[in-house]
Design a protein around this ligand. Structure first.
Ligand SMILES: *Cc1c(COP(=O)(O)O)cnc(C)c1O
Length: 376
């Protein structure tokens, strides 16, 4: 078989002329940051997902940091999350001094298992950070019930799931706070960027303060003079620029189209890969519509490294998401040990990500499928 001439990456952005125009217009405008575009973008994201408030950040990790701050997580607090995620879902807890507790996954959906969340709760548990891994929403009704029962805050990591639905509702309208990322491999992009959506005015105000040095406008301004402001807490400069927001506004218009194509490709993959013995295709929780950020297969018997290397030689950007977070040296040094979440660890050893994004052509999809069939 001829090798495909370009590297087919597992995920990538789609930028059109109108995206470029949107950024150029903002470049010509008086304000490159703290202008009107960020506010417009926040409103558009909030409207799209059905949340009251949105606060944009310079990236998704900063947004998660903000959410942990807004939730009041600190030293001595435990926060439960999944080991099968990008490290940022756990790192944000460490930024504010909290302790990460990893709960195992459900091997069918790859998402955190609500029963494992239940088992991990102690008197110190303060919050849960469920991750909609691969774009498939977690079982939010069950998770919100557990949270209510134990008075916990739920921060959903929706980095993969912008536009995904759970029982007819968009992700972003379900948890106390939800984070979306706009990194170029994510559903839509602002180059770097992130957002927290919430219905809570209190969280909203704390997020705004945290994003901009811990500074807020105060009533004193009326007596002191209009230059006056106060820094009331130690915040950061985590702001998104108007250039990013302009790109985000333009990208958001295409999100539904992108998602439609991602779902089409996932359907083709599932149909074709189900025919190969030994290949396990991703199962979907009833009542959910995935955003299909990632398409991941498992094979119990194949030598993953061999298959992976053969695919890479063929210019196919297969990947593996993710190394269990607590396997990383940083978490090992904190005392987490291998074997903590056996289901996730077993899953990780067998899993492989296939390329999936809106710009994949039918030729590329067939090429990927043919190569997989030949190599597995
Ligand atoms: C991408 C990602 C993040 C972090 O987002 P950035 O915008 O890259 O900082 C967090 N969690 C998950 C699951 C992600 O995939």
């Amino acid at each position: 078989m001829n090798i495909y001439p370009e590297f087919i990456s597992y995920g990538r952005q789609s930028i059109d002329e109108d995206d470029i125009q949107a950024v150029v217009e903002t470049l010509r405008s008086p304000l490159l940051t703290q202008g009107p575009k960020v506010i417009e973008f926040e409103q558009a994201v909030a409207d799209y997902v059905g949340a009251k408030y949105a606060v944009a950040f310079c990236n998704g990790t900063a947004a998660l940091h903000g959410a942990c701050y807004a939730a009041g997580i600190g030293q001595g607090d435990e926060v439960i999350t999944t080991p099968l995620t990008f490290a940022a879902s756990a790192n944000c807890v460490r930024y504010v001094g909290g302790t990460v507790v990893f709960a195992d996954i459900d091997e069918r959906t790859y998402n955190i298992d609500p029963q494992e969340i239940r088992k991990s709760i102690t008197s110190r548990t303060k919050a849960i950070i469920p991750v909609d891994f691969t774009g498939q929403p977690v079982d939010m009704d069950v998770i919100m019930d557990i949270a209510k029962e134990h008075n916990l805050i739920v921060i959903e990591d929706g980095a993969h799931s912008l536009g995904a639905e759970y029982k007819g509702k968009k992700v972003g309208s379900l948890a106390d706070m939800t984070m979306f990322s706009f990194h170029p491999v994510k559903p839509v992009t602002t180059a770097e960027g992130g957002v927290i959506v919430t219905d809570s005015e209190e969280y909203y105000k704390r997020l705004l303060r945290f994003r901009s040095h811990g500074i807020e406008a105060t009533d004193y301004a009326t007596t002191q003079g209009s230059w006056y402001y106060e820094m009331t807490d130690l915040g950061y400069n985590y702001r998104m620029t108007d250039l990013q927001a302009a790109l985000g506004l333009s990208q958001l218009k295409k999100l539904d189209c992108f998602l439609e194509r991602r779902r089409e490709i996932a359907t083709i993959y599932t149909k074709e890969l189900s025919k190969i013995t030994g290949v396990r295709v991703p199962e979907q929780l009833e009542g959910t519509t995935s955003g299909w950020h990632l398409y991941m297969i498992q094979h119990e018997r194949a030598n993953r490294k061999q298959v992976f290397d053969a695919m890479r030689v063929a210019n196919i950007g297969v990947h593996v998401h993710y190394i269990p977070v607590y396997w990383h040296p940083y978490y090992q040094q904190l005392g987490y040990r291998r074997g903590l979440c056996p289901v996730a660890e077993h899953w990780y050893e067998k899993a492989m990500t296939l390329p999936l994004h809106q710009a994949l052509s039918t030729t590329q999809i067939n090429y990927i499928l043919d190569n997989l069939k030949n190599n597995i």
